[in-house]
Ligand binder design. Structure first.
Ligand code: HXC
Length: 257
């Protein structure tokens, strides 16, 4: 399958999705959203695929939602068309998606990276929510996910001033899990994705679901949810296999059941 605004490659059990609008620094327009949803839902449905990497170019992961596309829209277009609601389908993907961010991740670009399960950053990465400078606000979850990721002080300052955070600050603040040399970012992200894709598939889904629950529940509800999923995973063949493999000092061979 070929797309207008993204490139999709399979590397064994890993799907690499590359945003590909270099002339607009990968600004996210409606076509990018449609392409992304199609590619990520196909990845999610494909049993041979275990993890995805979403990346951009060395200059820009994505410089934001497409300002030129939005500039003439009014309230009726935005509210009536529920603009950006399609991104909920990106976060509904049940298999892990890693964001590999080099260069600018601004506005919608930062928000898209935060929709992924974790962010690996190139040394040159720059994160920001500069919507205030355009007279607007984040609209793809930035105010909420950034506040949860880095806390109120940094999130509020970034949203109110449009200040960018470099990779080192983003790592200190907990926005990114690791920093990598920019030139090695995608290959390292693919290695991490391959590692995840080699784990028991149902356990991967369950781990993703329970960590995400931490952001939606009280501590007691989250712990109860974790415990029930943990109990449920003992109904899988892969739990028997994983524990037998440990005892027999050999790697597990997963069935996804
Ligand atoms: C549309 C964009 C764009 C964007 C860059 N381009 N960002 N087009 N939407 N978000 C286009 C430029 O217009 C230009 O096209 C080309 O990409 C190269 O960009 P330059 O500005 O020439 O590059 P550079 O000088 O290197 O500056 C890079 C930059 C700057 C600092 C990232 O492009 C920039 O500030 N971009 C906007 C960042 C931003 O405000 N993002 C948030 C958007 S709002 P031409 O045709 O001129 O060559 C958002 C959320 C909206 O994301 C939610 C609520 C509404």
């Amino acid at each position: 399958m070929t797309y207008e605004t993204i490139l999709v490659e399979r590397r064994g059990p890993v799907t690499l999705v590359t945003l590909n609008r270099p002339q607009a620094l990968n600004a996210l327009n409606s076509q990018v959203l449609a392409d992304l949803i199609h590619a990520l839902e196909a990845f999610d449905a494909d049993e041979s695929q275990g993890c995805a990497v979403l990346t951009g170019s060395e200059k820009a992961f994505a410089a934001g939602a497409d300002i030129k596309e939005m500039s003439t829209k009014g309230f009726a277009d935005m509210y009536g068309g529920n603009f950006f609601a399609g991104y909920d389908r990106v976060t509904a993907v049940r298999k892990p998606v890693i964001a590999a961010v080099a260069g600018y991740a601004l506005g919608g670009g930062c928000e898209l990276a935060m929709m992924c399960d974790f962010i690996l950053a190139g040394e040159n990465a720059k994160f920001g929510q500069p919507e205030i400078k355009l007279g607007v606000t984040p609209g793809m979850g930035g105010s909420q996910r950034l506040a949860r990721a880095v806390g109120k002080a940094k999130a509020m300052e970034m949203c109110l001033t449009g200040r960018m955070m470099d990779a080192a600050e983003a790592e200190r603040a907990g926005l990114v899990s690791r920093i990598l040399p920019t030139a090695e970012l995608v290959e390292e992200a693919l290695k991490t994705a391959e590692l995840i894709a080699g784990m028991a598939p149902l356990a991967v889904k369950a781990n993703k679901e329970m960590v995400n629950a931490a952001f939606e529940t009280t501590l007691a509800q989250g712990i109860a949810f974790e415990r029930r999923l943990f109990h449920a995973i003992f109904g899988t063949e892969d739990q028997k296999e994983g524990m037998a493999a440990f005892v027999e000092k050999r790697p597990g061979v997963w069935k996804g059941r």
